[in-house]
Design a binder for this molecule. Sequence first.
Ligand SMILES: CC(C)(COP(=O)(O)OP(=O)(O)OC[C@H]1O[C@@H](n2cnc3c(N)ncnc32)[C@H](O)[C@@H]1OP(=O)(O)O)[C@@H](O)C(=O)NCCC(=O)NCCS
Length: 191
Amino acid sequence: MEVTEAAPAAAAAVEAEDGNGRKGSWYVLGERAVLVPYLREHVPRYHEWMQDPALLEATASEPLSLDQEFDVHRSWTLDPLKRTFIVLDKELIKGEFAPGNPHTEAMVGDVNIYMNDPDDMQLAEIEIMIAEHKSRGKGIGQEAILLMMAFAVEKYGIHTFRAKISESNVASLKLFRKASRMLHTALCLKR
Ligand SMILES: CC(C)(COP(=O)(O)OP(=O)(O)OC[C@H]1O[C@@H](n2cnc3c(N)ncnc32)[C@H](O)[C@@H]1OP(=O)(O)O)[C@@H](O)C(=O)NCCC(=O)NCCS
């Protein structure tokens, strides 16, 4: 999926930074979802999600112990080539959204990019998971993908996204095809 020149169309989505300028301090606000940095407080719930065999299969993941999940969290946080956000369902946020607050009550999934192609550091592999069934089918996955792409274009100059999706994962194929069309439409409108 080529997104060269998508940055201006996407820039509006990149909302704010909590002021300390560290890698993990950005968050992205959407209409239905908020992307927040993956914090230690999120790990226990994330670990519960990743006990579900269906989610493990859909995301091509291996089951981990809680300690291993904390190790993975640490390595993801330190890896400059990786960026992970936890997806919050805005309808589940108690009180006002506050930057820096993990809002674990509203966490429903994650979205991440990995700049793992040594021949092209502006190519990113992208993954999405909306683990909480109650928050599926509300357009949150779609919005989270677009927000993440906007962030990646704006902050890392990413021009190509790659998603590895099993042929049987109808929901994910539909979601990524639609996201691709929406990005191209945004480019055409801009021109
Ligand atoms: C795939 C996934 C992220 C979709 O998240 P979601 O928030 O439920 O998706 P959305 O509500 O934003 O829907 C996006 C589009 O996909 C479609 N869709 C969602 N779930 C679907 C399903 N089970 N079957 C068919 N289409 C589906 C929606 O209808 C929508 O298209 P539309 O606007 O044309 O109607 C979610 O089901 C998931 O996390 N699955 C497990 C993990 C996974 O497969 N990740 C992808 C690996 S790359």
